[in-house]
Design a protein around this ligand. Structure first.
Ligand code: BV8
Ligand code: ZN
Length: 291
């Protein structure tokens, strides 16, 4: 009986040391892999903007009034009530325009610059539409799901940047999440944002659920996923496709994936590295960037 007990304790001690050894090595090993990589890709999600005060989709910020963001981010919702969806995106624009890049965004931008000086490539593939990576100084950015500063015409498909806030007079002072839909007057269709080319109704240039991504943008992203040496997965729950298919594809290629997420547990056991904690702190540390 005693022999079995001490065997058990030795085994669990062994387990802990391996884990501890692996975690420790993670930083050293990660740094070696990072410095040796020529083509690095970082996939980012709402978590990288959380410390800038922008709510995540599945976190507490995922609700606007009584609506789930995923329910309003759909062509059906826009067809049914374009004024309500515009009021939602007007609020998202106000929040994003008032926000500032955090140390996570800045570390990624600075590391991109370092790579450029060393003749290596560093590209961000983002699911975020808040534009904070560009404002942090990143240049190589693929915006998979669009951008809040852009609109597209529902008729002639003309795409234009509209950074004026509010985007139209009828949305001034609107969008307050604490209000109830019933308590705010309906905005007539004629007063919603218009296409500068043909005057028809314009909609946010955002990829909504059930809509395909821009094929050129998807191709650019897929080419990087197929050729990168190292793939970083930052602040994303990895549930929305096709973005969620990228990291498993890199794992299948036998290339290292490193995850940065507030969650203690890695989203996948196949990721070689997992750095738990707020990415505003873990990214500068692991990328060796002084902020
Ligand atoms: C399409 C713009 C062709 C809108 C967005 C295959 C299987 C199953 C379903 C599908 C499939 N293929 C297609 C689908 C349907 C659908 C889909 O994936 N559904 C999911 C819900 C299952 N995909 C589509 O519809 C796509 N189109 O495939 O077209 C087609 C169509 C139909 C059917 C077949 C094929 C279009 C998807 C794009 C939709 N638009 N955004 C807007 O922003 O308003 S997606 C939107 O949600 C975001 O862009 C992002 O992609 C996603 C939210 O995810 P995250 O960013 O990860 O945010 P989340 O809150 O979930 O997680 C935050 C994470 O950060 C957490 O892990 C948290 O722990 C962590 N975190 C928090 N704070 C911190 C932190 N980490 C570090 N530091 C911190 N401080
Ligand atoms: Zn038009």
């Amino acid at each position: 009986m005693n022999k079995f007990k001490c065997l058990k304790s030795t085994f669990s001690l062994l387990q802990v040391t391996i884990m501890a050894k692996r975690n420790l090595a993670d930083y050293k090993t990660f740094n070696r892999v990072l410095e040796e990589s020529k083509i690095i890709v970082a996939l980012t999600g709402a978590g990288v903007s959380a410390e800038s005060g922008i709510g995540t989709f599945r976190g507490p910020g995922g609700l606007w009034r009584t609506h789930r963001a995923v329910d309003l981010a759909s062509p059906l919702a826009f067809r049914a009530n374009p004024a309500l969806v515009w009021e939602f995106y007007h609020w998202r624009r106000e929040v994003a325009f008032a926000a500032h890049p955090n140390n996570g965004h800045i570390a990624l931008a600075k590391y991109e610059k370092k790579c450029k000086e060393q003749g290596r490539s560093f590209t961000i593939i983002t699911q975020n539409v808040d534009g904070l990576h560009r404002r942090a100084g990143s240049e190589n950015i693929i915006e998979l799901h669009g951008n809040l500063t852009k609109v597209i015409c529902t008729k002639c498909k003309f795409i234009e940047v509209k950074e004026n806030n509010p985007i139209c007079e009828a949305l001034r002072g609107r969008g307050d999440p604490s209000q109830k839909d019933a308590d705010v007057p309906e905005i007539p269709l004629s007063e919603l944002p218009k296409c500068s080319a043909c005057g028809a109704l314009a909609r946010p240039y955002i990829v909504w659920f059930g809509e395909s991504l821009d094929p050129d943008i998807l191709d650019q992203a897929r080419t990087l996923v197929e050729t990168c040496d190292l793939f970083l997965v930052i602040g994303t729950s990895s549930v929305v496709y096709p973005a969620a298919s990228f990291a498993p594809f890199v794992v299948e290629r036998g290339k290292p994936v490193a995850e940065f997420n507030i969650d203690e547990e890695p989203a996948s056991a196949n990721f070689q590295f997992h750095f738990p904690g707020k990415c505003g702190s873990t990214l500068p540390k692991t990328l060796g960037i002084d902020i």
